[in-house]
Design a protein around this ligand. Structure first.
Ligand code: DC
Length: 223
């Protein structure tokens, strides 16, 4: 049987790192929906599309082709055939994606693609609305949270490791702003599904968070 694991939660809660490892351990396909939203935002920035203008953003969607590929176990994101895996992670793109992902046409554009990958294979999909909107019938739903300060600390460290020296206060402010955007938008806001298991990782390190998620997934699959 095919399983669908929906892993939702705010920015920086550790979803993607956990999802990557879990997909390798269980042999499931990993779908990073945030990367898809980021790619749309990057296209808009590269092509000087006004990201505050929903109609302008909607108009360029037909020009965007997104592919998630796995090369040597590493996820690569292709925008119209070009590898943009690195570019989509910069802070400017994070903030732009937080804006453009609120637009209904953008969400509709990605919804089918996301549902289609889960039709024929077991997946672990991470995002904000997977358990509520994209895969409401997912067998396993986990809502991963952590205090904003803690998430900011992790993101700050991650950015430093990538050579980006953004002040901590700015990282924290961006996280708080993105939480607000994600939770308050009209379309598919960030919200825990009623049947999701909530896991707070504020006091857990990565290994402990991972083991807790693995435990939940395994016990659900054994049911
Ligand atoms: O998870 P992330 O930080 O890579 O996501 C980038 C942006 O996309 C973030 O602002 C939230 C948005 N997003 C969304 O609205 N719905 C999803 N399923 C995944 C991400």
């Amino acid at each position: 049987m095919n399983y669908r694991i929906a892993l939702d939660g705010p920015s920086g809660a550790g979803k993607s790192t956990i999802a990557k490892r879990l997909s390798a351990e269980l042999g499931f396909v990993y779908v990073d929906t945030g990367a898809m939203y980021r790619t749309i935002a990057l296209y808009c920035l590269q092509n000087k599309v006004d990201i505050s203008d929903e109609t302008a953003v909607a108009a360029v969607l037909p020009d965007i082709d997104i592919e998630l590929k796995y090369i040597d176990g590493e996820q690569r994101v292709l925008l119209n055939g070009t590898d943009v895996s690195k570019e989509i992670r910069i802070n400017e793109v994070s903030m732009a994606a937080s804006k453009t992902s609120a637009y209904k046409p953008v969400r509709a554009f990605l919804l089918d693609a996301q549902r289609n990958v889960a039709k024929t294979q077991s997946v672990i999909m991470d995002g904000r609305d997977i358990g509520t909107v994209v895969l409401p019938d997912a067998e396993i739903k986990i809502f991963l949270v952590a205090a904003a300060e803690e998430r900011a600390k992790r993101r700050y460290k991650e950015l430093l490791e990538r050579g980006q020296n953004v002040p901590f206060e700015e990282v924290l402010q961006d996280i708080v702003q993105r939480d607000y955007n994600d939770e308050h938008r009209a379309e598919s806001p960030l919200k825990q599904a009623e049947d999701a298991i909530r896991l707070d990782t504020s006091l857990l390190d990565f290994e402990q968070s991972y083991q807790a998620v693995l435990e939940i997934a395994k016990s659900k699959m054994a049911e």
